[in-house]
Structures are given as C-alpha cells and as structure tokens.
Design a binder for this molecule. Sequence first.
Ligand code: FES
Length: 184
Amino acid sequence: MSECTDNWSAVEAAARMVLGAPIAAFIDDCRQQPNSQSQLIAVLHKVQSQYGYLADTHLDAVAQLLQVPAAKVAGVASFYHFFRLKPRGKFIINVCLGTACYVKGAERVAQKIIDELGITWGETSKDGVFTLEGSRCLGTCGLAPVVMIDDAVHGTVTPDQVPAMLEKYLEKAKRDSVGQTRPA
Ligand code: FES
C-alpha cells in the first residue's frame, strides 16, 4: 500500500469520525449520484441539523468525504443565511420585530433582553444557554409584543417580565445539566 493511500485512509477515517456514521453514510450515498457535488447543500443541512451549526472541522470533513474543494464548501456555507457557522445556545430567543410587535413595544422588550444577557442580536450568552435572534411577524399579532423561546410563544411581554421569563429557562438549563451528569 502506498504512503499516499495510507494518508487518504487516515484522512477519511478522521472525517468519518468528525461527522459521525449516519452522515458519513449519507455522503457515501450522495457520491453514488451522477453529480455528487450538487448534494453539497443537502449534506450541509444534515450536518447542521445534527450538530446545530457548521464548525470548521465539519466543513473540512464534508469536503474530504464528498470530494469537493474546501473553499467551495466554505463558500456555500457562508453564502446561505440558513447555515450557521457558530454554535447556538440551548434556547433560541426569537423576538418578533414585525410591525404589530414593534408598535406594542418589542424594541423595549428586546433591549431588556440584551441588557439582561449582555449579548446582542445573533450572539449566544457566555454560559451557552441563550441565543438572541429577531424575526419578522411570527403570526400571533394579537399577542404582540411576542417573544418565542424555542417553540414556546410568550405574548404581551413587558420589559419588567423579561428577568423572570429568562430565569425560568435558566432553571430548566440547570436542571437538564444536573440530569445529564447524574448517574443512570
Ligand atoms: S408582528 Fe409580531 S407576531 Fe405579528
């Protein structure tokens, strides 16, 4: 076996370990397609749904296994807004910035969240619990101003309610982390 083949085996094994067996198998399937490179976006979606975001190591591993230039993978990942290149928090806070919510004080609610967490739009709190995002109308204008945290809708939120609202999720994050470290 040549040194080159050995190197490729090691690179391939490392890439499979980084992505995990199910995604590596998906890429194997994609490579059977006539134009495997056209599957790049589908592969990146899979990686993101598995890991929450696309780390540099994920992008390199995809490039290796799909046999696509690393620059192309990085370019596609950064071009489309639906791909995330940074880790997200355990809970995603989505403040509605649609017209109805804006008129009812969404900006003040958002500012209170920003002050409480010490982060701004698109950022994740240092403890990794919250990521703050904004969105257009969430479809519940009757409850304006609306804040969604993961799938839970919080309606008619006032700035004064923000600390208690965040505290509930912090408590949940603590409970979950204790549950994870508790022996089975
Ligand atoms: S504008 Fe906020 S829910 Fe519609």
